[in-house]
Design a protein around this ligand. Structure first.
Ligand code: NI
Length: 169
């Protein structure tokens, strides 16, 4: 299966709002398989379809440690239906922002409703790293990135750095 190129800042595609998945066919299953392979190879713990230039509300995740074995999770058209009141800070990275790591505060737990690969409705209540990763990836579906948690000044500094890098490569 081919690895998919991951879109990086400052590509404006990352700011696009993704639209719902409506067709559950072989193409979707192939895309998901390729997204998992791309994510594991990177390596990363989450990848949204928009990061591989597919503007659909689809994301793949696996936050398991190496010794736990693989725990792949596919969320299609995910919607957060409940956020816990307790907050937690994780240092987050993003495959679209290489070498950027930011402390981000988000609700520590959540309930998300979504469709699985067969289009069947599912619901998941979780906390810890998975809750953070789900919020991070759903942000991608709305064109939001971790640098949006920064002040404008700091955000612009990072964007400028990526623009400069994009020019020299
Ligand atoms: Ni990301």
């Amino acid at each position: 299966m081919p690895l998919l190129p991951i879109i990086k800042l400052p590509d404006p595609v990352l700011r696009q709002v993704s639209t719902p998945v409506e067709t559950y066919d072989g193409d979707l299953k192939r895309l998901v398989a390729n997204m998992f392979e791309t994510m594991y190879e990177a390596p990363g713990i989450g990848l949204a379809a928009i990061q591989v230039n597919v503007p659909k509300r689809l994301l793949v995740l696996d936050v398991a440690d190496e010794d736990e074995g693989k725990q792949p999770l596919v969320l299609i058209n995910p919607k957060i239906v409940d956020l816990g009141s307790e907050m937690k800070v994780y240092e987050e990275g993003c495959l679209s922002l290489p070498d950027v790591r930011l402390d981000i505060e988000r609700p520590a737990s959540l309930t998300v409703s979504y469709l699985d690969l067969d289009g069947k409705p599912q619901e998941l209540t979780t906390g810890g790293l998975l809750a953070t990763a789900i919020q991070h990836e759903i942000d991608h579906l709305d064109g939001k990135l971790i640098i949006d948690f920064l002040t404008r000044l700091k955000r612009d500094m990072i964007v400028r750095r990526f623009k400069k890098q994009a020019r020299v490569m």
